[in-house]
Design a protein around this ligand. Structure first.
Ligand code: HEC
Length: 114
């Protein structure tokens, strides 16, 4: 019983620190998104932009699209970019953003789901 209590309080402590850190990271990710991603993906992630239509970008507000994406794939795409038929359609940003920032960007994209 004693160990269970300790474990529970540990979990609560780490959850609290995540909750405290999250709003800042989320704000930061949103700024990055609107500056560097929204031109193609749209502010709301819907991909309803000129570039989005041209590049056939999926609608990130669609829960089916969200389900089809794996976090690791999203991270890889943000880091390394995306190529279609040998042409770069999205540039990689691995040298621009830290792993933490990329994780917050993934969370930001997840929040577009309706
Ligand atoms: C020049 C246009 C363009 C910009 C700018 C852009 N993207 Fe993309 N992105 C694309 C295209 C094209 C795809 C591939 C089509 C799709 O997945 O719907 C894509 C796909 C993605 C995917 C899906 C990867 C998967 O798992 O399938 C993620 C995540 C993503 N972009 C994140 C970002 C982030 C974060 C930024 C800003 C740092 C960004 N994109 C900026 C064009 C762009």
């Amino acid at each position: 019983m004693k160990t269970m209590k300790t474990k529970a309080s540990l979990i609560i402590t780490s959850m609290t620190s995540i909750a405290l850190a999250a709003p800042l990271a989320a704000e930061e990710a949103k700024v990055i998104w609107e500056k560097n991603c929204a031109a193609c993906h749209g502010k709301d992630g819907s991909g309803d932009t000129k570039m989005g239509k041209k590049l056939e970008i999926r609608d990130f507000t669609d829960s089916k699209v969200q389900e089809a994406m794996k976090d690791e794939e999203m991270i890889k795409a943000i880091k390394e970019g995306i190529k279609k038929d040998g042409k770069t359609t999205m540039k990689g940003s691995g040298d621009k953003y830290s792993d933490e920032e990329i994780k917050s960007l993934v969370a930001c994209i997840r929040s577009f789901k309706k």
